[in-house]
Design a protein around this ligand. Structure first.
Ligand SMILES: [Mg+2]
Length: 239
């Protein structure tokens, strides 16, 4: 047994591919912080009882709008302000202009936020130098680069591949294929780490790569995957 001395995985992988949002960059917490800034800046407490009411309403409308967007019933430019228009209207603020201003501010401000998922920096510091590290993200070039730079983790990565560059979104095999070719990496020396079971993990598996499913809430599932962790620190036991 050639690998028994080292533990599984330790000597096999050379390239580690990370998802960004909700895997390393704390999307939810950064969203809440951005909304808090917006609530304060526009003195929304004059019409809305509390920030939590605002957050709750926004979350409801946001999710519904995203569902419409996914079904192809809504364009992104409309989604951006409509979710705020409906939130404000709930509290008697009927102001499309304000909703548009806030919609734009949200897009500009949220990538500047710097909250990372727990143990992100420890994990990257541990892996850095041992493996080549990359990002594969279904996001826009500019937005994702701002997030990485602002939160101080850009330098850990050899390359950042966005779906915009690849011309394909995860979970499509082309998105993984493009990323590996950019990294000059072979499938059997590469592993994908992500929080989205269908997009990151099943996508990578079906492409033919090993995977580590970051599942902090331990959501049950029936997929056959390579590894699963609850905390990013557990990755150091695998790699
Ligand atoms: Mg994600």
């Amino acid at each position: 047994m050639s690998f028994s001395l080292f533990g599984l995985g330790r000597k096999r992988y050379k390239h580690v591919f990370f998802d960004l949002d909700r895997t390393l960059w704390d999307f939810e917490q950064n969203m809440v912080e951005t909304l808090r800034d917006i609530f304060r800046e526009h003195s929304l407490d004059r019409s809305i009882p509390s920030f939590n009411d605002f957050l709750e309403s926004f979350t409801t409308h946001n999710e519904r709008m995203w569902e419409e967007y996914r079904r192809g019933n809504l364009r992104k430019e409309i989604l951006r302000f409509k979710r705020f228009e409906l939130t404000l209207a709930e509290y008697g603020i009927k102001d499309v202009t304000l909703a548009k201003i806030i919609g734009d501010q949200y897009i500009e401000m949220s990538p500047l936020k710097t909250v990372l998922m727990p143990h992100t920096k420890e994990l990257l510091a541990y892996l850095h130098g041992k493996y080549n590290l990359y990002i594969i993200t279904n996001g826009f070039n500019e937005v994702q680069m701002v997030k990485l730079t602002r939160s101080g983790i850009a330098d850990y990565f050899q390359r950042v591949v966005t779906s915009e560059m690849a011309g394909h979104h995860k979970p499509n095999a082309e998105a993984f294929g493009y990323s590996l070719s950019q990294a000059n990496a072979r499938k059997n020396e590469s592993i994908m780490i992500g929080d989205d079971l269908a997009i990151d993990i099943v996508g990578a598996r079906d492409f033919g790569m090993d995977q580590i499913y970051y599942n902090p809430k331990a959501t049950p599932h029936n997929e056959k995957i390579t590894y699963e962790v609850k905390s990013l620190l557990e990755v150091t036991e695998i790699l």
